[in-house]
Design a protein around this ligand. Structure first.
Ligand SMILES: [Zn+2]
Length: 414
């Protein structure tokens, strides 16, 4: 009897907990699905015609307006063309010519997440916006940040890599997107779909593992003193990352030189004749009558700065001597002018050939992708620890919705 009572009490308690769970969590999930920051991704510009279709019923609206210009059933083929300043839809001129642009979107656009739009044969989550730019169409994908990231992370990091590295990349990509969202405001969108911002491949790029990494870190961004950081990343630091002032000229507190699991990674080399080097230097206002000697301290140790190298070993400047004088060129200029993978290099002159050997790939600021992989694989580090390693003094901010329109922000110490 007592046992039965206990049991029934227990069952009753469980039922209450389940009910509370449904009451609390159910609406959170539903509301959270409805709320998400949206991003405008520029896909192409200068188009005279765009072929569209969507997997759900859609309406065509003037951008920023609620009035419906035209309605379409799911999977309708829609050709929108711009000829001599007139917009036609499947050959018929629009009655109201949109000044700003057109949105093809599900009637209830509070939740973009259900819509997949085929744009010129390629699938993208969310809606499409077409903007009139000098009589041509700019094609823009209106997509939630989380769905955008599904098409970004696998383009930026191999999907078969360690899950913790994929999660770190997901948070870095989300933070970058939120911080830089008005980068292309003059073009009519937030971010481009290329390396200039972040490579974005839409639905075709998506992979199971990277989708998992994005979902597992939903809403998380890296913050420094409460503000989203410029979460820059690069392929491989070559052994140690760099202080921002040595690359950009300005000191950013969370972009500091930090050590890696392995020194001297991603070796590369490049040879150039002394004459070709002189031609390139002359083109950039550094003419030499001859090349007699190259002065650059050896690349032996990282973590020890010298007059011509930073603490990470990257080249501050190389001195080139000619018959009568000499000139000095910064490592960053040499990287740009010679197309070098990094500024972590050695440069020697032998028989009128300049031999350049180096390590790493990229500017060396912030998260190193190969470095993140090594920390996850070898040191079994969690993505939170990987992020705090590469972004000095930062925290992780998770934004979720507890009720429609009310954001709940949790700061997670890294
Ligand atoms: Zn861009």
């Amino acid at each position: 009897m007592i046992q039965r009572e206990k049991k029934s009490y227990h069952v009753y308690g469980l039922a209450v907990i389940l009910m509370l769970f449904t009451l609390l969590i159910g609406p959170i999930q539903a509301a959270e699905a409805a709320w998400q920051p949206e991003i405008l991704v520029g896909l192409s510009s200068g188009q005279s015609q765009v072929r569209l279709s969507a997997n759900v019923p859609t309406v065509l609206r003037s951008s920023g307006s609620a009035s419906v210009l035209q309605k379409f059933k799911a999977d309708t083929a829609i050709a929108i063309a711009m000829t001599n300043g007139t917009i036609t839809v499947n050959g018929t001129p629009l009655k109201v010519q949109a000044v700003q642009g057109l949105d093809l979107i599900a009637p209830d656009n509070r939740n973009l997440a259900g819509q997949v739009t085929t744009i010129n044969g390629k699938n993208y989550r969310g809606a499409v916006r077409l903007q009139n730019r000098n009589g041509r169409l700019t094609v823009i994908n209106r997509v939630t940040v989380e769905e955008y990231l599904r098409g970004v992370v696998p383009e930026e990091m191999p999907p078969e890599w360690n899950m913790e590295a994929l999660k770190a990349q997901s948070v870095a990509a989300r933070t970058f997107a939120l911080k830089n969202r008005h980068r292309h405001v003059k073009d009519g969108y937030d971010l481009c779909a290329l390396n200039h911002c972040q490579q974005y491949g839409g639905v075709a790029a998506e992979r199971t593992t990277t989708n998992q990494a994005v979902a597992a870190t939903r809403g998380e961004a890296v913050v420094y003193k409460g503000q989203s950081i410029d979460a820059v990343f690069h392929t491989d630091s070559g052994g140690m990352t760099e202080n921002s002032e040595n690359v950009w000229g300005s000191s950013i507190p969370y972009l500091r030189a930090v050590t890696e699991v392995y020194p001297h990674t991603q070796a590369w080399d490049k040879n150039i004749t002394a004459d070709d080097l002189r031609t390139i230097l002359a083109r950039h206002g550094k003419p030499l009558d001859s090349l007699k000697k190259i002065t650059l301290s050896s690349l032996d140790t990282t973590g020890k700065a010298s007059a011509d190298r930073t603490a990470s070993g990257r080249v501050r400047a190389v001195r080139f001597e000619e018959n009568k004088g000499q000139t000095s060129v910064s490592g960053n200029d040499l990287r740009n002018w010679l197309g070098l993978r990094s500024t972590l290099f050695q440069m020697t002159l032998r028989n009128d050939v300049v031999f350049i050997t180096g390590y790493g790939w990229g500017h060396g600021l912030g998260l190193s992708q190969w470095g993140a992989k090594a920390f996850a694989d070898v040191k079994h580090m969690k993505y939170t620890d990987i992020l705090s390693h590469y972004y000095t003094g930062t925290n992780l901010k998770k934004t979720i919705l507890i009720n429609r329109g009310i954001k709940h922000v949790i700061i997670i110490g890294l």
